[in-house]
Design a protein around this ligand. Structure first.
Ligand code: TRP
Length: 337
């Protein structure tokens, strides 16, 4: 049986947080351990340059931090290569070629880019940023991925990829597979503020590298039921941030159901809910913290892991580029036919 190829990735523009964990990493790990899939994990540094070209130091640091976070959650670079986008320049070449067959209007209607670009000043709204989904199409098509496991905000990019792949195949003949998007069980995690999606720029994130004390503090700051004045009045669970998190992280479903019943009946104080959440999050993060500390002792390996993973993907990428140039007939102009 042919293995299914997976490509997914992250932008190196900060440390990873719990939103990345439930939206992506947890699911990636399952695929990485499933022998019917061949996974490639991409650190999209070209993409990060789009809105951080003036802050290359952040990108450089984040490439290392993302690698450490991936190792710490248990991804194994021997099994599943970690690739740096700029180490494989075929990503740039394919981006450019695909941009020639893609109507501008397809990019203009991308809701993720629209939302993200609203946060940027006109000066930072670069051509590269506004067209980054194009490079993401190339990322996915270059290794001929069939499945893209990623968060909800990536759906538009995968849909766009499908359209571009179909168009290429129609014009130049069957070359690319048409990939599909795979969502995790919790594709979108609200931030600790209860308002926005968890993100590093919105100051509402719990990072995988936070200390137990930082986690406790952030949980303590979460809003519960705003209408509940006393602990012994009935509580509601809707928009109650700690309960939203318990739904995403608590594995003890019976215990959680019991807590909810008692909370609604006005028999639980908020602090009990928050203590439970803090314990669960720290239980989840403890092994990740330990693994992180171990990798930090051994930072040299990061360099080797990224070189080796990129070298492995580059072979695949070069083979695809041969096919693409041949299909487009831009490989041999001397041969007149
Ligand atoms: N857009 C993704 C992010 O913001 C990163 C990314 C780049 C990606 N190329 C990809 C995700 C290909 C999935 C597939 O983190």
């Amino acid at each position: 049986m042919e293995k299914q190829r997976i490509l997914t990735g992250m932008r190196p523009s900060g440390r990873l947080h719990l939103g990345h964990y439930v939206g992506a990493l947890e699911m990636w790990k399952r695929y990485a351990q499933d022998p019917t899939y061949d996974c490639i994990f991409l650190i999209a540094d070209y993409q990060a340059l789009g809105d951080n070209a003036k802050n290359v130091a952040l990108i450089r640091d984040s490439v290392v931090q993302v690698t450490i976070d991936w190792l710490a959650v248990g991804l194994d670079p021997q099994q599943t290569p970690f690739v740096v986008q700029s180490y494989v320049p075929e990503h740039a070449e394919l981006t450019m070629l695909l941009s020639m067959i893609t109507p501008q209007s397809w990019l203009d209607r991308n809701p993720t880019v629209k939302a993200e670009s609203e946060r940027l000043s006109a000066d930072d709204r670069t051509v590269g940023f506004m067209s980054y989904p194009m490079s993401q199409v190339a990322d996915i098509l270059l290794p001929k991925a069939t499945v893209v496991p990623a968060g909800e905000d990536q759906a538009a990019h995968v849909e766009f990829t499908r359209s571009v792949a179909k168009r290429f195949n129609r014009i130049y003949g069957d070359t690319f597979w048409i990939p599909r998007h795979e969502l995790s069980q919790t594709p979108r995690l609200v931030g600790t503020d209860g308002k926005n999606k968890m993100g590093k720029s919105t100051n509402n994130a719990i990072f995988l590298s936070d200390t137990p004390q930082e986690v406790a503090k952030k949980v303590r700051s979460m809003k519960t039921d705003p209408n509940r004045v006393h602990a012994d009045t009935e509580g509601t669970l809707e928009d109650n941030v700690p309960f939203t998190y318990l739904d995403a992280f608590d594995q003890d479903l019976e215990g959680l159901a019991d807590l909810k019943t008692r909370y609604k009946a006005g028999k639980v104080r908020d602090v009990e809910v928050k203590d439970r959440l803090t314990r669960i999050l720290n239980d989840l993060l403890d092994p990740i913290r330990e693994a992180r500390a171990r990798v930090e002792q051994n930072l040299d390996t990061v360099h080797d892991i990224l070189q080796e993973g990129s070298r492995r993907e580059r072979k695949i990428a070069q083979a695809t580029m041969e096919e693409v140039r041949t299909a487009m007939r831009i490989d041999n102009y001397g041969q007149m036919s």
